[in-house]
Design a protein around this ligand. Structure first.
Ligand code: NAP
Length: 291
């Protein structure tokens, strides 16, 4: 019998926890670490080994997957907490957090200094696709790693898009998120406008239904907003972090992003008003007149 590869999942928040569970279900030996240990401990009943430190999780693992909030958290976990140094020479670091362009290049350099194989692998999809194992993985790195990494990506996603150059996956992720954030802000404003003009906002959703401008995201986020159900799938805090990465990338590329600038302001107000831990659909709060 062949031994199943071992994978260390560092970061078991909204995305990391279901990702770890799906890897376990697919037959990998999974070790999980999280800064607030209770979140990792919740995975023990699934047969996942909980590690006390990032280095304990990474030692002897075939893959180390980072699913942390941002580039700083990834560097602290991998470098300051010793996970990178603990990795074996044949191990592969799968960097799945959304960290933006500057940070991904820096993290890839840190891996290179230690001679560790690195894949820039942000994911598209939110809490439910992570639970269902239907994420889209954007993977960029040495194509020779593809065959080894593919079973990992197939355990967590339904689609993998491979790109050649480290950094390209993180760039594409920012492009996709710029679209998602623009649509999310538009949904918040259209619902608030419908209410402000005295309509039941359901009338707006029903009117658009089946037309060329309809999409499933509108109905999911629109219904949640109407019910004021802002349970986090993609928290506003994370969206605010991402929009700053998008604007930094646009500025470096000489692209004017007026819409993204407006969405950034809306997200900033959402966070300042105390809704950062709620879903990004809580942008509605920074849109509707206080009642
Ligand atoms: P989350 O639930 O807020 O989890 C964030 C994770 O980062 C937690 O494990 C947190 O630890 C950890 N963390 C934060 N600061 C840290 C630090 N300084 N040192 C070590 N660990 C730290 O976020 P998430 O939604 O799972 O997102 C994880 C990554 O996936 C982010 O890059 C996000 O942009 C990306 N992503 C999210 C979605 C989504 O829809 N949610 C979709 C695609 C991609 P604690 O538990 O101790 O706070």
């Amino acid at each position: 019998m062949t031994t199943q590869p071992t994978i260390a999942v560092l970061g078991t928040g909204i995305m990391g926890a279901p990702v770890a569970r799906n890897l376990q279900r697919a037959g990998f030996t999974v070790r999980a670490w999280n800064r607030s240990l209770d979140k990792a401990q919740a995975l023990a009943s699934d047969g996942i080994t909980v590690a006390d430190t990032p280095a304990d999780a990474a030692k002897g693992a075939d893959f180390v997957m980072t699913v942390l909030i941002d580039g700083e958290a990834v560097e602290q976990t991998m470098v300051d907490s010793g996970a990178l140094q603990a990795m074996g020479e044949d191990a592969i670091w799968l960097q799945c957090s959304t960290v933006g362009i500057e940070a991904i290049e820096h993290l890839a350099d840190l891996a290179k200094q230690q001679d560790i194989a690195f894949v820039d692998a942000p994911v598209i999809g939110t809490k439910k696709p992570a639970e269902d194992g239907t994420l889209t993985v954007l993977a960029a790195g040495n194509r020779e790693l593809e065959a080894q990494c593919q079973p990992v990506f197939e355990a967590i996603g339904s689609r993998t898009i491979w790109l050649d150059n480290i950094g390209d996956a993180s760039k594409l992720k920012l492009v996709v998120n710029s679209w998602v954030l623009a649509v999310s802000a538009a949904i918040a404003e259209a619902i608030a406008l419908a209410e402000g003009l005295g309509f039941d906002p359901q009338l707006f959703l029903d009117t658009v239904k089946g037309s060329a401008t309809d999409n499933p995201f509108l109905h999911a986020k629109g219904q949640a907003t109407i019910k004021r159900d802002f349970a986090p799938a993609f928290p506003a805090d994370g969206a605010y972090k991402d929009i700053k990465l998008i604007l930094a990338a646009a500025q470096a590329a000489g692209i004017e992003q007026d819409l993204m600038t407006a969405v950034q302001q809306k997200l900033e107000r959402t966070v300042q008003q105390g809704h950062g831990k709620e879903d990004m659909a809580a942008m509605y709060h920074a849109t509707a007149k206080p009642q």
